[in-house]
Design a protein around this ligand. Structure first.
Ligand code: G4P
Length: 286
């Protein structure tokens, strides 16, 4: 789902998230494992500063495993525990409660010492649109919840959903805006399918994706499109793929929109294998 974010929406979204954070013990920050930095809210550290946090690298089934490991280390170095998960299949979800218990042990021990009756850990799932928040809530809660909270500005009554006996979640996630003013971030979000194609120029996004694959995954590109070699320039590469896949218009010209759609669809549906579009090294000194 695509949301057009305006300053008023952003302020409201932030207010709503801040209100929700007051109710919980721990924040689960959901990001896309393929682009963990580009799929974060730019103000996240400030917004959740008052509560412990776990970063959940979701859609790990679509990301390059070795790079996901690097990301887990990266977050660990920043004192933020991170777990790779796949909310759709449920992989990795068991670790969430276990790790939350560890992080909140001191708080709950203190509560027990004061004679406060033990209760479930309360958590909030937070993230930009399309990172898998609803999928994760549904998976954890083992039920189907409609996406009523998916528009900033929509107020609904807060409800808790139980995850076993030891954890409960707010049933509507905290939705925050992406770092959309950065063009590279926009291209990565579009390549992975997090933002709708209509917002960005389809061919420009594909040029970004092809250049990225050329540099980081040349073998996959060669194999998928049955190429003998990868042309230096991007236009001949486009032409070659378009020709091979029959994306032509009359007169023997390449249909660049059709070729772009095909390439992006194949990237998003993992036809080129598990891909990560950024590594911690890209963010050194930043
Ligand atoms: P949101 O609430 O954060 O906005 O995200 P939502 O749960 O709606 O998930 C967005 C899309 O991502 C959904 O696909 C969902 O099935 C998919 N998804 C969520 N978690 C995972 C995961 O761990 N692995 C994989 N492979 N996919 C996941 P969709 O309904 O088909 O939407 P779209 O892909 O057409 O945008």
């Amino acid at each position: 789902m695509t949301i057009q974010w305006f300053p008023g929406h952003m302020a409201k979204a932030r207010r709503q998230v801040t209100e929700k954070i007051k109710l919980i013990d721990i924040v689960f920050e959901l990001v896309d494992a393929r682009i963990p930095m580009s799929s974060r809210n730019p103000m996240i550290d400030e917004i959740v500063s008052s509560k412990p946090r776990i970063v959940l690298l979701n859609k790990a089934d679509k990301a390059d495993d070795s790079i996901t490991k690097q990301w887990i280390e990266y977050f660990k170095e920043q004192d933020i525990p991170a777990i790779a998960i796949d909310a759709q299949s449920g992989t990795g979800l068991k670790q969430i409660t276990a790790l939350s218990k560890v992080l909140l042990k001191e708080k709950f021990d203190k509560m027990a010492a004061k004679g406060i009756k033990p209760r479930a850990i309360r958590a909030l799932i937070i993230g930009i649109p399309n990172v898998g928040k609803s999928t994760l809530i549904n998976r954890l809660a083992k039920r189907n919840i409609t996406k009523t909270g998916d528009r900033p500005g929509v107020t609904t009554a807060q409800q808790w959903v139980k995850v076993g006996n030891e954890l409960e979640l707010l049933d509507t996630p905290g939705i925050l805006w992406p770092k959309f003013e950065d063009q590279l971030v926009g291209q990565k979000l579009a390549t992975t399918g997090a933002i709708k194609d209509t917002i960005l120029n389809l061919q420009e996004v594909t040029v970004f994706a092809l250049n990225f694959l050329k540099e980081h995954y040349p073998k996959r590109l060669l194999e998928r499109y049955n190429l003998n070699e990868i042309p230096e320039e991007i236009v001949p590469l486009f032409d070659e793929i378009g020709k091979k896949r029959g994306c032509m218009v009359s007169g023997g010209y390449i249909d660049y929109d059709k070729t772009s759609e095909l390439i992006l669809r194949e990237i998003r549906t993992d036809k080129l294998g598990k891909l990560s579009f950024e590594t911690p090294a890209d963010f050194q000194d930043k």
